[in-house]
Design a protein around this ligand. Structure first.
Ligand SMILES: NC(=O)c1ccc[n+]([C@@H]2O[C@H](COP(=O)([O-])OP(=O)(O)OC[C@H]3O[C@@H](n4cnc5c(N)ncnc54)[C@H](O)[C@@H]3O)[C@@H](O)[C@H]2O)c1
Ligand SMILES: O=P(O)(O)OC[C@H](O)CO
Length: 345
């Protein structure tokens, strides 16, 4: 008898929990790691995650633990889904516990502050440094990214959706694809890890910009302009970093932008809307109970853009509103009065 595929999911927030359901529905045995004993007990005893996905019943194949060694043991896939800015510290602790040759899967959509590294780069670096972690090239071939228009609540309700699984090694991407395909969740493979990760991280920044515009009472022309020009600046950065420009018209690019920029379920969009309505940054942070990655990653994305000599005016505008206190009306006026240029430059 062949044993079932085992997955460890590190992070019991909304996406970690929803993706555990996907893996379990696809036939995997899932161990979910959470840092709070109360929440872990609630998951095991009530089969729900009352803090992040209230009312959603979790499959029997999902069980939770606070012990990272127990979660990691024998895992074919180790899924990482904590806030991007804490990943390095978390993974440094977990790396010595990981199963040898486990596939490391990033579900995160952010860029590390200070280093401007993508999540897959942080994973490669930390795991390769760990005792028995593996040579950097070997580790890189088993780091995968899963991204796309995947609002956790809709996935947890088993509404049809699709995602991209990207890995430098296409066989690994195919293994992950088959480990997470369900009647409601469809995964496509890709080998453009850089493009897929950038799509996911930059859409959060554009989601903030669209939210700000919505909060200011602007209409659909403004929203469409921000989405399209946001995609243009994402593609420029991607090209400078060696990504395939076609990735940005796929699920990881346009697909995720559309979901994030149009949904009230998006934390980034909602964060922006609150700012656009006139809430202060502190009030907006206090009103945000979950991770809105773009708030921190707008700075690291801008850092990346500067390192690569790429112009990203919408990202720059978001940084000026979120971190420099520029009033949205002033920032908008400046964005609209930039020098005239061709659409493609
Ligand atoms: N929620 C979604 O719809 C969704 C979809 C796709 C991708 N993502 C990405 O998934 C990642 C996680 O987002 P989420 O929505 O699950 O966030 P969340 O806010 O719902 O949950 C975050 C989780 O991380 C834990 N956490 C917070 N600080 C921590 C720390 N210092 N150490 C360890 N754990 C910590 C929290 O306890 C919680 O379990 C983000 O990068 C996000 O962009 C989210
Ligand atoms: O809630 P957000 O803004 O983090 O977006 C969630 C997902 O990334 C949408 O694909």
């Amino acid at each position: 008898m062949t044993r079932s595929v085992k997955a460890a999911v590190f992070g019991t927030g909304s996406w970690g929990t929803a993706f555990s359901m996907v893996l379990a529905d696809a036939g995997c045995e899932v161990t979910l790691w959470g840092r709070r004993a109360g929440l872990v007990d609630a998951v095991n005893s009530t089969r729900t995650n009352p803090d992040y996905l209230p009312g959603v019943r979790l499959p029997e194949a999902v069980r939770a633990t606070t012990d990272p060694a127990e979660a990691a043991r024998d895992a074919d896939f180790t899924v990482l889904v904590v806030p991007s800015q804490t990943l390095r510290a978390n993974l440094t602790e977990w790396a010595p516990l990981l199963a040898p040759r486990t596939v490391l899967v990033s579900l995160m959509k952010g860029v590390e502050l200070g280093t401007a590294k993508r999540m897959s780069e942080v994973i490669e670096e930390v795991v390769a440094k760990a005792p028995a972690g593996g040579a950097p090239d070997e580790v890189r071939r088993r780091v995968a990214v899963l991204t796309g228009p995947n609002l956790a609540k809709e996935i947890a309700d088993r509404q049809p959706a699709a995602a991209v699984v990207a890995c430098a090694d296409e066989d690994v991407a195919r293994r992950l694809q088959s480990a997470c395909m369900t009647p409601y969740f469809r995964a496509y493979t890709n080998t453009d890890v850089v493009g897929c990760e950038l799509g996911g991280a930059v859409k959060n920044v554009i989601g903030l910009a669209v939210g700000i515009a919505d909060g200011m009472g602007l209409g659909d022309n403004s929203k469409a302009t921000l989405i399209t020009r946001g995609l243009a600046e994402t593609t420029r950065l991607g090209l400078a970093m060696g990504a395939d420009p076609m990735t940005f018209s796929g699920l990881a690019g346009l697909g995720d932008l559309v979901a994030t920029c149009s949904s009230p379920l998006s934390r980034n969009h909602t964060f922006g809307t609150n700012l656009g309505r006139g809430m202060t940054l502190q009030e907006t942070i206090a009103a945000t109970k979950q991770t809105a990655e773009g708030v921190k990653s707008c700075e690291s994305v801008l850092d990346l853009a500067r390192r690569h000599g790429v112009d990203m005016p919408i990202t720059e505008t978001v940084v000026s509103i979120v971190h420099e206190g520029k009033p949205p009306v002033v920032a908008l006026k400046e964005l609209m009065s930039r020098s005239a240029k061709p659409e493609r430059h």
